[in-house]
Write a protein that binds this ligand. Structure first.
Ligand SMILES: Cc1cc2nc3c(=O)[nH]c(=O)nc-3n(C[C@H](O)[C@H](O)[C@H](O)COP(=O)(O)OP(=O)(O)OC[C@H]3O[C@@H](n4cnc5c(N)ncnc54)[C@H](O)[C@@H]3O)c2cc1C
Length: 284
């Protein structure tokens, strides 16, 4: 039997691999997504904080700033189009100490330069949004929201298949070898050939780079993180996203309502005030 051949082989079925495959499939080229897990989006994509970030934090002019601002609007549009759970809740970045005010002013400057609507609030203003928050000042960013990235990834997977792309689950890539005209992608269940290979292996990208004979010069060392859920009673105290002013190490906690992983868009909207709320260490 001949080796299955594709224009593009994408390694990794997280949101980046799936979005890449979708972009390829839409041009009419053949594409396969090769994913080691039995389902899509089981790593970062399906376990993140589900925040639709506004692009407030990033240095103006860079790719991160431009892509985050565009991606915020596109994510909301994609959820609306496909009836996926989401809500644009807005976000409050709260300063609790005068020392944080210069960093908050810098955030405002970046937000303005990136075209992210934001408003400075005093104590009364911040309580209009979050009556139980205590702080000395806040920035309110209306465009930040929440969604369910696992549901988004699964939907993109459906679209890839609809456009003729293939998705191979339970198939770990063990090696990649370049040849003159194509690339051999070795997997536990046989080889695939691609004219091009795009590796989107998330926190295993260093491993895959080594398996391709490259020296990435870095090693990713994962560490365990925790989400803490609020009780139903405590969840009533939080309406939207609440973040601290970030520091270089971002040690404090962020509060995020969580989208129901199965609701339709309408259910998501009506259920939002009752979505479980959780706190996340750091500012993701
Ligand atoms: C704790 C945390 C919270 C976050 N919160 C947010 C947030 O709220 N909002 C936001 O926008 N972003 C957030 N992010 C960032 C976001 O989740 C990631 O940028 C995004 O999910 C990365 O997607 P990915 O496809 O690159 O990686 P992943 O989702 O990790 O996917 C990589 C895939 O590659 C597969 N793979 C790896 N090795 C192989 C192999 N050898 N063969 C085959 N398949 C392989 C894996 O199984 C996995 O499915 C957060 C990240 C973290 C860690």
């Amino acid at each position: 039997m001949s080796t299955p051949t594709f224009d593009v082989v994408v390694v990794g079925g997280g949101i980046v691999g799936l979005a890449t495959a979708h972009a390829v499939a839409r041009t009419g080229r053949s594409v396969v997504v090769v994913e080691r897990e039995p389902q899509l989006a089981r790593h970062q994509t399906g376990n993140n904080s589900n925040v639709i970030h506004s692009g407030l934090y990033y240095a103006p002019g860079g790719y991160k700033a431009r892509l985050a601002v565009a991606g915020c609007a596109e994510t909301v549009a994609f959820c609306r189009e496909h009836d996926l759970p989401h809500e644009v809740t807005g976000k409050l970045v709260v300063a609790t100490d005068p020392e944080e005010l210069p960093r908050m002013a810098e955030l405002k400057r970046r937000g303005d330069a990136n075209g992210v609507e934001n408003h400075e609030l005093d104590q009364a203003g911040m309580r209009e949004h979050e009556p139980h928050v205590r702080g000395i000042a806040a920035l309110y960013v209306p465009s930040t929201g929440i969604t369910d990235y696992r549901a988004i990834a699964e939907k993109i997977g459906e679209l890839v298949a609809k456009e003729g792309g293939e998705i191979h689950l339970n198939r770990a890539v063990t090696g990649i070898a370049r040849r003159a005209d194509d690339v051999v992608v070795r997997t536990e269940t046989g080889d695939l050939l691609g004219k091009q290979v795009v590796v989107c292996a998330g926190l295993r990208c260093d491993e895959v780079a080594r398996a391709a004979g490259a020296d990435p010069g870095v090693r990713i060392i994962p560490f365990r993180g925790e989400y803490s859920g609020f009780s139903d009673r405590a969840a009533e105290l939080v309406k939207g996203l609440i973040y601290p002013v970030p520091t270089r190490r971002s040690r404090s906690w962020a509060c995020t309502p969580r989208a129901a992983s199965t609701g339709t868009c309408t259910q998501a909207r009506t259920r939002c005030s009752r979505w479980p709320v959780r706190a996340t260490p750091g500012a993701w």
